[in-house]
Design a protein around this ligand. Structure first.
Ligand code: 0X9
Ligand code: ZN
Length: 732
């Protein structure tokens, strides 16, 4: 409590706008959400809201730094001269502007410039684009929007909303929706996908919900790190956090504050702000709002509802299917990862946020946190504006595609990559209609074949009592990869397939390429305290101690078999011999793990793989604290590096570690490299490598219905018949 009061007193010093004298940017290693909330409550200004990594950049004066030092909170000063930092960024912007490589998107644009852009879009395509004014701000600025849809009566069309910049300092979140508007307008004349979307859908885009705050971040005498709007709170502190002012669990206590000085001030009342009122009134005139993205920066996340609780949102499978499809679309452009998940999983809970309010109104709504993942935060270099816009536009298109399909397939446990020879793999599948068009469950079909040519067999998939489906996927009796896809029709007769287009899913037959059970010492290269032998249950000053035996047998490979890893450890390796995988594909690494390691802002554990003398690529690294208290099997796809390579090595790394808190580290057992081998031939019933009279005789001998799964059923439709015979003869 004393601490909160101290912060309130000291922060008053630095809230003088644009005077960063005596203020530093400090990475504060916050250990729990309560600490963060205390700091924020006191008015310490966080330069992110993302605290999961434990490290939050904050604007702090000297007195506050002394306070957190006293409290024993770890920190790291990264910038003492903020004016200089801002000057450097301005210089980058000027250079970018002079180069003009990216045209309009080569540099960030002010409110006025964005308005002119929207007007130009309308002027260039008045039949499909219409600008409008959403409402006015405290300081009397107009909030501008644009509606884009195919010519004609838009009534009855689906409506999708994209907005940016509830938070003033999140500059790239202005460029992204503007870019989307421009490319949808252009797409109307040159992109067939956009043409179909705009026939059925009206897209509404509002790039700057908070013009007053946004202008304040550019203004001389303003504040580059301003987050809120510019409400006059009749005191020393201005502004309301617009993304805490919405009528869904308003002022609910998760990342909210009633202190006017706080960056997460909820406002005097729910919907007290002209900006949120204007957006609310706009949405109340959108009867068919089906989906919504509220763009923010930064952290590269797609946040699903709810922000305000860990309860599943309505239509949770659909919500997740859409966020994965956006995340995949983004990754497909520049390879960037935007992790999809709920606020509670990935960030923190937050009450009174915009997408929760639209979710409550029936829309599929998300917060997208744009680039970068961390540093340099809001000062994303201008050269990254275009790539960020490009990948986000892919997410915009993925959303438009998604809301224009009647139903979605999802697989709660994923789809199998590997299976045993001749087995029937079972896994659950959900099919959900997105807008209540009922599906015809008589038409749910699995299409499957072995190898990669020839006819697909079809198998009906019946519905379980709980409305889910259980796929029973037959696999090849030889070593052939299976290819499969699904289809289903709506009751209106529209057929949808999964995966879309001509894509198929694949399952390969797993065979062991190499295996080490650790009963003998593999004599691999072991640095530092890596060793082979029986673990002794030692260590565990934090987390759990080592195990007392292997997962199977007594021995393991481990980092310090008798206790914890050390502090201040550099990366220390266990490296395997080289393994020949030259005739293998779909390679997976599987092993038993018993690992204890602190979260990766402090300590690191990882697995990597390389081919020949190539560079090591990381297969896995700890994303959080790991406290195994039993052996578990882990499996990683290493095919992109290891497939068809004559000299593959795997490496486990312990470290780096920081100067405090030690854990018991790696224990590894039963390492296995799985892959699929050479191709077999369809129709080779006995897998002897030739298709001959024996195979014909086998088919004839098995003639008739085949319960479950039979080798002779080469077109695996459940009956051994003339189709199978013809297929065998055809591949003679
Ligand atoms: O806190 C916010 O308003 C958003 N993050 S930001 O860093 N741009 O300020 C996140 C809002 C959505 N939050 C959750 N889903 N938890
Ligand atoms: Zn934000």
């Amino acid at each position: 409590m004393l601490f909160i009061q101290t912060i309130i007193v000291t922060t008053a010093v630095f809230l003088n706008p644009n005077v960063y004298d005596g203020i530093s940017i400090v990475n504060v290693q916050i250990e729990n959400p309560t600490q963060l909330l205390l700091l924020r409550e006191g008015g310490a200004r966080s330069l992110t809201c993302f605290d999961q990594a434990g490290e939050t950049p904050m604007l702090l004066d000297e007195a506050s730094i002394k306070q957190i030092k006293k409290l024993g909170i770890k920190f790291n000063i990264i910038e003492t001269n903020i004016d200089e930092r801002i000057r450097r960024f301005d210089q980058l912007r000027e250079e970018a502007r002079n180069n003009r490589l990216g045209g309009w998107y080569s540099d960030y644009k002010t409110w006025g410039e964005v308005n002119i852009k929207l007007q130009a879009l309308e002027d260039g395509a008045p039949d499909i684009a219409t600008t409008f004014i959403v409402g006015q701000t405290h300081e009397g600025r107009d909030i501008h929007g644009i509606r884009i849809s195919a010519p004609g009566n838009t009534e009855g069309r689906k409506q999708v909303l994209f907005n940016g910049c509830q938070h003033a300092r999140e500059w790239v979140a202005v460029m992204v929706p503007t870019y989307a508007a421009e490319h949808l307008v252009e797409g109307w004349s040159n992109d067939p996908e956009v043409q179909t979307y705009l026939e059925t859908t009206e897209v509404i885009i509002v790039p700057i919900v908070n013009p007053d705050g946004y202008e304040f971040t550019y203004a001389p005498g303003g504040d580059r790190y301003w987050r809120k709007n510019r409400r006059n709170n009749s005191g020393s502190c201005e502004g309301v956090d617009l993304n805490r002012n919405w009528d869904y669990d308003w002022n609910g206590g998760d990342s909210t504050s009633t202190s006017t000085c706080s960056d997460i001030y909820v406002g005097p009342n729910v919907f007290s702000e002209p900006e949120t009122q204007a957006m609310r009134d706009l949405i109340n005139t959108l009867p068919n709002l089906v989906s919504h993205v509220d763009f923010h920066s930064y952290s590269q996340l797609i946040l699903e509802p709810w922000a305000s609780s860990n309860n599943p949102p309505p239509r949770v499978n659909i919500v997740k299917a859409l966020s994965s499809s956006m995340s995949e679309a983004i990754a497909g452009v520049h390879g960037e990862t935007y992790v999809a998940g709920t606020g509670g999983d990935l960030l923190y809970l937050a009450d009174g946020v915009f997408p929760d309010w639209t979710t409550n109104g029936g829309s599929l709504s998300y917060t997208i946190e744009l680039r970068p993942t961390g540093s340099p935060g809001f000062e994303l270099p201008p050269g990254e504006i275009i790539p960020t816009c490009e990948e986000s536009y892919a997410a915009v298109k993925a959303m438009l595609q998604f809301v224009n399909q009647p139903l979605t397939f999802s697989f709660p446990n994923g789809v199998p990559q590997f299976a045993d020879q001749g087995s029937v793999v079972e896994f659950p599948m959900h099919i959900e209609s997105i807008f209540d068009e009922p599906i015809d469950t008589n038409t749910t079909t699995l299409h499957v074949r072995f190898g990669n040519n020839g006819t697909f067999a079809t198998r009906h998939i019946s519905q379980n009592l709980d409305d889910s489906f259980t796929v029973e996927l037959p696999t090849s009796f030889c070593d052939l990869e299976g290819e499969y896809w699904f289809s289903v029709a709506t009751q209106d007769g529209l057929t949808v397939r999964y995966p879309a287009g001509e894509e198929v899913l694949r399952v390969s037959i797993a065979t062991t390429a190499r295996q080490w059970n650790m009963d003998q010492n593999p004599n691999w290269t072991m640095e530092g305290q890596w060793g082979w032998g029986a673990p002794t249950g030692g260590g565990g000053s934090y987390g759990n101690p080592d195990p007392t035996s292997g997962a199977t047998g007594n021995n393991v490979l481990g980092y310090n078999l008798n206790g914890d890893y050390q502090n201040n450890l550099s990366e220390t390796y266990l490296t395997t011999e080289t393994v020949d995988l030259s005739d293998r594909t779909n390679t997976q690494l599987q092993f038993k793990r018993y690992l204890n390691v602190e979260q990766p802002v402090y300590d690191h554990a990882s697995v990597s793989v390389r081919a020949g003398n190539g560079s090591w690529s990381t297969v896995w690294s700890n994303q959080s604290t790991i406290e195994d208290d039993q052996w578990q099997t882990v499996a990683y796809d290493i095919s992109s590096v290891a497939d068809a390579q004559p000299e593959v090595q795997i490496r486990w790394t312990m470290g780096t570690t920081d100067s405090a808190w030690t854990y018991s580290g790696w224990n590894i057992d039963d390492i296995e490299i799985l892959s699929s081998g050479g191709a077999g031939v369809v129709g080779d019933i006995n897998c002897d490598g030739v298709i001959n009279v024996t195979d014909i005789l086998l088919v004839v001998g098995g003639w008739g219905p085949c319960n479950n799964h039979c080798a002779q059923d080469v077109i695996p439709d459940g009956t051994i018949n003339v189709l199978d015979l013809l297929h065998v003869i055809g591949n003679w």
